[in-house]
Design a protein around this ligand. Structure first.
Ligand SMILES: C[S@@+](CC[C@H](N)C(=O)[O-])C[C@H]1O[C@@H](n2cnc3c(N)ncnc32)[C@H](O)[C@@H]1O
Length: 196
């Protein structure tokens, strides 16, 4: 079974996921995910790389795999499907982008979604949408995204949500192209494109 834990702060766990974490015999989680849930249980099987899951699935029959945000949004479900691993059930979670959009008070239907998290993504599609929502990583940082969009001639606003839902959360707003401090690699970027 796969479950989404929300953006990180346990306040955003669903009751269903909390119950599953308490009751499963084996619960697998990445470092950041397991760190924030230490008050629920301590015996997480911690993994560093997504590929480690394959071995665990060979070893144990019934495991709960915890994913950040929602597992169906640029997450673990994509990987498991690619590997032809059968997923018995998926418990949804609040995605980091949903949390961010609620904080900004911006509705997101019809938005363009992109993930540059560990991928070579293309920013070209941002040109065609009034609203784009982008996941980042340590290489594809908000400041790089802002610079690239400026060079592509995209005008408008960029919002960045760093460490969303944690105590040190920061949300900033800037004009596209203006300097942004990449405080942490954990960030969601939202682009409001001033297209004609
Ligand atoms: C592998 S993706 C998983 C996304 C996840 N499935 C979701 O729905 O949020 C990881 C990326 O999500 C974003 N992210 C996840 N949690 C975040 C948080 N608490 N604050 C800011 N960004 C976050 C970052 O862009 C991070 O690099």
């Amino acid at each position: 079974m796969v479950a989404g834990i929300g953006p990180g702060n346990p306040r955003f766990l669903t009751m269903e996921v909390k119950d599953a974490i308490e009751n499963f015999e084996k619960v697998v989680a990445f470092g950041r995910v397991s760190n924030s849930l230490g008050h629920i249980r301590k015996d997480f099987i911690r993994i560093e790389k997504i590929a480690h899951i394959d071995k665990l699935l060979e070893e144990y029959e019934d495991i709960l795999i915890l994913a950040s945000g929602d597992p169906c949004f640029y997450g673990i479900v994509e990987y498991l499907k690619r590997e032809n691993i059968k997923i018995e059930k998926i418990l949804p979670g609040l995605s980091s982008f949903q949390y961010m959009m609620a904080k900004l008070g911006i509705t997101w239907q019809g938005a363009n979604f992109l993930s540059l998290h560990g991928r070579k993504g293309k920013l070209e599609s941002v040109k065609d949408y009034k609203l784009s929502i982008i996941l980042t990583d340590k290489d594809n940082t908000p400041s790089r995204i802002s610079k690239s969009l400026y060079e592509m001639g995209v005008k408008g606003r960029i919002y960045v949500g760093f460490n969303l839902s944690y105590e040190d959360e920061r949300i900033i707003k800037a004009e596209i192209g203006k300097k942004i401090d990449d405080i942490t690699p954990l960030a969601v970027v939202v682009i409001e494109n001033e297209m004609d």
